[in-house]
Design a protein around this ligand. Structure first.
Ligand SMILES: Cc1cc2nc3c(=O)[nH]c(=O)nc-3n(C[C@H](O)[C@H](O)[C@H](O)COP(=O)(O)OP(=O)(O)OC[C@H]3O[C@@H](n4cnc5c(N)ncnc54)[C@H](O)[C@@H]3O)c2cc1C
Length: 430
């Protein structure tokens, strides 16, 4: 028998202890990463008074450390719709928010090196075209023409989705937070949420290390800490923070931002141009989950232990396709804590047992790219009582009752380890 999922003791105090004066907002958003900042912007634009709280500096934790890839073709229509709308919103970001956004749109290529993955790509082309994406199949030689650092050795086939984008990731949360502030949202960095006061199924007050906030609604966009926060409110959001890393080489002659993102799908490795060098990141088969209940309360992403040897090993797995990484000097090595769920779907919507605590979490290493559309949807949910289309596959209530800690860990790890090509037994595989 496996252990039940451990729960933090909820810090819920009686509503009668209410002090006389406290700031009141329509919505308190906890977490100023891409997801929380986007939610704050869209809520402020809808005329809501918003406080955006973060225990660290604004937009400083996992989001600015992302790779900044925005792939639009996902394994279901809901995610593909959100990803496509997100790219449209990123392209229109400066007009919509008044904040700068520099992004590149060379598209992304997926590479198959095995027969199983060749078939997966064939299906992806048919699936993508049925959704109206400009995706085409390429021969290995055609793929190498579009990305000059790719070699055809071992490549069976490739695809190119021409409208995918990449960008410097910090622009997204910083831009949304700044735009929210211009619309009147209050930004509260260095403000840690430690608990909630609930009345029945409604959270009324948010307790922080800098005082209390009264709120009609709360958005939990606390990234790696989102589950902990849900548990503080007496709810649950089963997800596992997982270390994820990337490296960037020093500038290399011939690298240009018109060269597409490349994913080698059997080994879960991605490559893209970055400031004149090449970025490589990926998903190792034996990832490192982190139990944040075992870390100090002020643990920050900067405290995460990184390991370049993981990336060197991943680079070796694509040594025939990208020999450039074998001895390239590394300019930057960074990592953060995205969260994985057991089915690879985000966790979005009202927290189980609470009417006005909205979860915006379980990013599955795709939260940055999807944040423009998901922030807009959560704002619609708070303001109008429902998202603009059916997001039930992301429902926080979908998880099996009694999901054990070991089942959660095993499911999340499996998802991470087979990120680009889940084995056929996993739901959501092609
Ligand atoms: C190396 C790497 C590459 C990646 N590449 C991509 C990519 O190409 N595309 C993509 O879409 N995604 C990518 N991701 C994933 C992406 O970074 C995440 O999905 C996204 O950043 C999640 O955003 P967030 O707002 O949920 O989390 P965060 O950015 O971590 O924000 C959460 C915030 O909540 C705050 N917080 C937590 N607890 C509390 C509390 N109690 N009180 C107050 N504040 C609190 C934290 O301080 C933090 O600032 C990558 C991640 C990494 C690490």
């Amino acid at each position: 028998m496996s252990e039940p999922v451990a729960k933090t003791t909820p810090i819920i105090v009686a509503a009668s202890e209410k002090p006389t004066l406290m700031p009141r907002f329509d919505v308190v958003v906890v977490g100023s990463g891409a997801l929380g900042a986007s939610a704050a912007f869209h809520l402020a634009r809808a005329g809501r008074s918003v406080a955006l709280l973060d225990k660290a500096e604004i937009a400083s934790q996992t989001s600015p450390r992302a790779a900044g890839l925005s792939g639009q073709l996902r394994r279901n229509i809901v995610m593909s719709t959100l990803a496509r709308r997100s790219v449209e919103k990123l392209l229109a970001f400066a007009d919509e928010t008044g904040e700068p956004m520099e992004l590149y749109q060379p598209g992304s290529m997926n590479i198959a090196r095995t027969e199983r993955h060749r078939v997966q790509l064939e299906k992806a082309v048919a699936w993508g075209q049925s959704l109206g994406f400009p995706i085409e199949a390429l021969s290995p030689e055609e793929a190498c023409e579009r990305m000059p650092f790719l070699r055809p050795t071992g490549v069976l086939s490739a695809t190119h989705l021409k409208t995918d984008v990449f960008l410097e990731p910090a622009q997204v949360p910083r831009g949304y937070a700044a735009a929210a502030a211009k619309l009147g949202a209050e930004l509260h960095p260095h403000t840690r949420v430690d608990g909630f006061v609930a009345e029945g199924a409604k959270v009324r007050r948010v307790l922080t290390d800098r005082g209390e906030f009264e709120a009609d609604a709360v958005v939990d966009a606390a990234g790696a800490w989102a589950r902990r926060l849900a548990q503080l409110a007496g709810s649950e959001a089963p997800m596992v923070p997982m270390r994820h890393q990337l490296m960037v080489t020093e500038p290399i002659d011939g690298v240009g931002n018109d060269q597409p993102i490349v994913r080698v799908i059997d080994v879960n490795v991605y490559v893209r141009p970055d400031r004149g060098g090449l970025m490589l990141g990926g998903y190792e088969r034996d990832p490192r989950p982190l139990d944040l209940n075992q870390t100090p309360v002020d643990f920050r992403v900067e405290d995460l232990e990184l390991d370049l040897s993981v990336l060197r090993r991943l680079a070796a797995t694509v040594g025939d396709q990208f020999p450039v990484f074998v001895d390239a000097p590394i300019r930057e090595h960074r990592g953060g804590l995205p969260t994985m769920t057991i089915d690879g779907e985000h966790i979005v919507g009202p927290a189980p047992g609470l009417d006005n605590l909205y979860l915006l979490a379980g990013c599955n290493v795709g939260g940055l790219s999807i944040s423009p559309a998901l922030g807009e949807e959560i704002a619609a949910w708070v303001v109008r009582g429902a998202p603009s289309f059916d997001l039930s596959r992301m429902s926080p209530a979908r998880f099996p009752q009694g999901l054990s800690a070991s089942e959660l860990l095993a499911g999340a790890t499996e998802r991470y380890a087979h990120y680009y090509s889940p084995p056929p037994v996993l739901p959501g595989a092609y």
